[in-house]
Design a protein around this ligand. Structure first.
Ligand code: PLP
Length: 393
C-alpha cells in the first residue's frame, strides 16, 4: 500500500487536548473551586419543541409499516431543500433546490468538498487565526497553504491580496475564532477577487443567525456575483442547537464552473457516490428549524447567548481591553491584558479566577496574545465569571 504521507503534516489536536489536560490537573488539585467554562464552542440550550417534535414525529412514522421509509435521496429530501430555499428567500437570495444538498453537518461537507479539487495542485488561502478544519484538510490534500494575517490593524477582516495568489479561499463570517464579520462591501471585494482570479470561495456561514448589524450579509449569495465563484456551507449547529443532531446543508450554484465543468454536477456525483443521505428524522428537524416558528425559537436561544455577550463586552470595555466579536457572533476575541501571552493568560484565568477560556495562539500564530471567550453558558455563570474578572484583573 501507499499511504497518504500528508497525514504526517497534521498537528495533533494540541489546543483542545492541552486545555483539557490543564483543566483536569486544576480540578484534581482543587476539587472544591467553582470552575466556569467559557471555552467551549458548543451550544448549551436545548432543542426547541418545534424541532424535537418534528423529529419525534418522523421516528413515529418509521415505527409503522404504512409510513416506514428506507434509504432516502442521497442529496436530501425535497422538503428539506425547499425549507432551505425558502429561508434564503428571506435574505433576498433565490436558489434552485438542486443547488442545495443536505448533509450530516457542515464539518463533513467542508472536508468532503475538497474531493472536487486536484490534490497537490491548488494554492489555498486561509486566515490566521483560523478554524482548524480548513488548514487540516488542505494539508491532507498536499495543497500549498497561504496564510492571511488577521490582526488588530485590519480589525481581523483582511482584504484580498493585490495579486492572484490563491485558487481556493476559505472565508468564515461571522468568524470563528475572531467574531469579525464582513460587511457587504468587504465581502464584495473578495467575490470580485475570486471571479477575477478564477478562484473558488468556500464560505463557512455557521454563525449567520448571530448577525444583527444591517450592513453584514447573511449569505455570500446576497452578492449576486458570488454565484460564479462561491460555495456556501450552512450549519444548524449553533443556530438551532444541532451539534448532536448532525444536519446541515451546502449550496453549490449552477453558475460555478471551472473550464466549463459544473462544480454543482461534480458535488452531486461526489455525494451520490460516497454518501447515502442524511437521516430522515434529522431532515424533518432541519425543515422545522428553518420554518418561521423554528427560527423564532432559535432567535430566542440566540438572544440568551447575546445577553452573555453583553456581559462580556461590558467587562472588557470597563477594563479598556481591545476586543472584537460578540455583536454578530457567539465569540468574543480580545487582547490578553498586561502583554500576557495566550497560554500565560489561560493559566492566570484558570488558576486565579477559575475560568476556562481558549488561548488565541491555538488558532494560528497571529492569535498569540489573544484569547477567545464563548457565550455558550448560562447567564448566571457568565455573570459570575465577569464579576471575578472585574474584581481581580
Ligand atoms: N465551521 C465553524 C466555523 C464552526 O465553528 C463549526 C463548529 O464549531 C463548524 C463549521 C462545524 O459545524 P457542524 O456542526 O455543522 O459540523
Amino acid at each position: 500500500m501507499k499511504i497518504n504521507k500528508n497525514y504526517s503534516l497534521l498537528e495533533e489536536n494540541y489546543l483542545f487536548t492541552e486545555i483539557a489536560r490543564r483543566t483536569k490537573e486544576f480540578i484534581d488539585k482543587n476539587p472544591d473551586k467553582p470552575l466556569i467554562k467559557l471555552g467551549i464552542g458548543d451550544v448549551t440550550l436545548p432543542l426547541s419543541s418545534t424541532v424535537a417534535d418534528a423529529m419525534i414525529g418522523a421516528f413515529e412514522e418509521l415505527k409503522h409499516k404504512e409510513t416506514f421509509r428506507g434509504y432516502g435521496p442521497e442529496l436530501g429530501y425535497d422538503f428539506a431543500k425547499k425549507a432551505v430555499a425558502e429561508y434564503y428567500k428571506g435574505y433576498g437570495v433565490a436558489l434552485n433546490t438542486d443547488e442545495i444538498t443536505i448533509g450530516d453537518g457542515i464539518g463533513s461537507d467542508i472536508a468532503n468538498i475538497t474531493d472536487l479539487f486536484e490534490k497537490g495542485a491548488n494554492r489555498v488561502l486561509v486566515q490566521d487565526p483560523v478554524y482548524p478544519l480548513y488548514k487540516a484538510t488542505s494539508l491532507m490534500d498536499g495543497q500549498e497553504i497561504i496564510y492571511l494575517p488577521c490582526t488588530e490593524e485590519n480589525n481581523f477582516v483582511p482584504s484580498p491580496p493585490p495579486d492572484c495568489e490563491a485558487d481556493m479561499i476559505y472565508l468564515c463570517s461571522p468568524n470563528n475564532p475572531t467574531g469579525a464579520t464582513f460587511t457587504y462591501d468587504q465581502l464584495k471585494e473578495w467575490v470580485d477577487y475570486a471571479n477575477r482570479c478564477n478562484a473558488v470561495i468556500l464560505y463557512d456561514n455557521a454563525y449567520e443567525r448571530f448577525i444583527e448589524e444591517a450592513d453584514k450579509p447573511h449569505s455570500i449569495f446576497c452578492i449576486p456575483e458570488a454565484r460564479t465563484c462561491a460555495i456556501e456551507f450552512g450549519s444548524l449547529s449553533k443556530t438551532a442547537g444541532f451539534t448532536c443532531v448532525r444536519c446541515g446543508f451546502t449550496i453549490v450554484p449552477h453558475d460555478l464552473k471551472s473550464d466549463g465543468i459544473s462544480l454543482n454536477r461534480m458535488w452531486q456525483q461526489r455525494q451520490t457516490t460516497k454518501y447515502n443521505g442524511a437521516p430522515y428524522p434529522q431532515q424533518r428537524g432541519v425543515a422545522a428549524a428553518l420554518s418561521p416558528k423554528g427560527i423564532a425559537d432559535a432567535d430566542k436561544n440566540i438572544a440568551e447567548y447575546k445577553r452573555n455577550s453583553t456581559l462580556i463586552i461590558n467587562t472588557l470595555k470597563d477594563k479598556n481591553i481591545f476586543y472584537s466579536g460578540g455583536t454578530n457572533s457567539p465569540y468574543i476575541w480580545f487582547k490578553c491584558p498586561n502583554g500576557m501571552g495566550s497560554w500565560e493568560f489561560f493559566d492566570f484565568l484558570l488558576n486565579e479566577l477559575y475560568i476556562v477560556g481558549t488561548p488565541g495562539v491555538g488558532f494560528g500564530k497571529y492569535g498569540e496574545n489573544f484569547f477567545r471567550l464563548s457565550t455558550f453558558n448560562t447567564y448566571e455563570a457568565t455573570r459570575e465569571a465577569m464579576k471575578r474578572i472585574s474584581e481581580k484583573l
